[in-house]
Design a protein around this ligand. Structure first.
Ligand code: ATP
Length: 235
């Protein structure tokens, strides 16, 4: 479904990605783990077209999107939930959700998807008239995911959904990510919480200073000695 081939992405003279290659097949949850500054967010932003690689290529559903605009990429079916959630604090929960459907015209479909978001996240239905800024961190993360789903993505990019959240809330959010994937959405998940991410991922990649250094099934990486000592704090 998605294939990155040797991409190199720069911020001015700083090279954040030094030849990253990876694949995501339809129906998978693929996670990208790695330390702060390894290039995880840059990889997601290269896919969603926020930044463009200087070298290498990105293909989605057989089309080269390396230089495509974000709008084109969203309309092809890729939606990103950015790190830090970026919800609109002065819009209501409902208005925030509807912002996710801004490229769509099918009113009935949008209504169905709003209902679907409330069924995934019942707390959002209760709070639908409340300002986004009054929600707790976990609720804001749910809102950000709900909003992304309103674009009916084929591929959902999640950047650190567990950031700053209590363990129980993280568990709840990861359960919902699994549910979203079972409903047919392919997921690419960037996480510092390697333990949780590898538990739900079909496959994972380890990123170190702009390079992929390890890849394999989630369960295999969970038991890899290098991953255990460097990213899980075990052994
Ligand atoms: P984090 O979890 O901290 O976001 P990350 O693995 O997602 O880490 P990136 O944010 O992709 O890492 O950063 C990769 C490299 O690019 C780092 O060295 C970072 O300092 C650099 N970088 C990221 N954004 C910018 C920017 N806007 N300008 C200059 N350098 C940047």
């Amino acid at each position: 479904m998605l294939e990155l081939t040797a991409i190199e992405t720069f911020y001015g003279n700083i090279q954040a990605l030094k030849g990253v290659s990876l694949k995501v097949a339809q129906g998978e949850i693929v996670t990208l783990i790695g330390a702060n500054g390894a290039g995880k967010s840059t990889t997601l932003m290269s896919i969603s077209g926020v930044v463009h690689p200087r070298k290498g290529s990105i293909a989605f559903l057989g089309e080269d999107i390396t230089a495509s605009t974000t709008e084109r990429i969203v309309s092809m079916g890729i939606t990103q939930v950015p790190e830090g959630r970026m919800i609109f604090p002065r819009l209501t929960v409902r208005e925030n959700l509807l912002m996710g459907a801004y490229l769509r015209k099918d009113k009935a479909g949008i209504r169905d998807d709003e209902d679907h978001a409330y069924s995934l996240f019942p707390v959002l239905r209760e709070r639908r008239s409340q300002m986004g800024g009054t929600l707790s961190g976990g609720e804001q993360q749910m809102l950000a995911i709900g909003r992304a789903l309103m674009a009916r993505p084929k591929l959902l990019l999640l950047d650190e959904p567990s950031l700053g959240l209590a363990p129980l809330v993280v568990e709840n959010i990861f359960e919902i990510i699994v549910q979203i994937n079972k409903d047919g959405v392919t997921v690419m998940l960037v996480e510092q919480n390697a333990q949780m991410a590898l538990q739900i991922a079909h496959r994972g990649y380890v990123l170190e200073t702009g390079h992929v250094t390890l890849e394999g099934p989630g369960k295999e990486l969970l038991s890899n000695p290098k991953v255990r000592s460097a990213y899980l704090g075990l052994d």
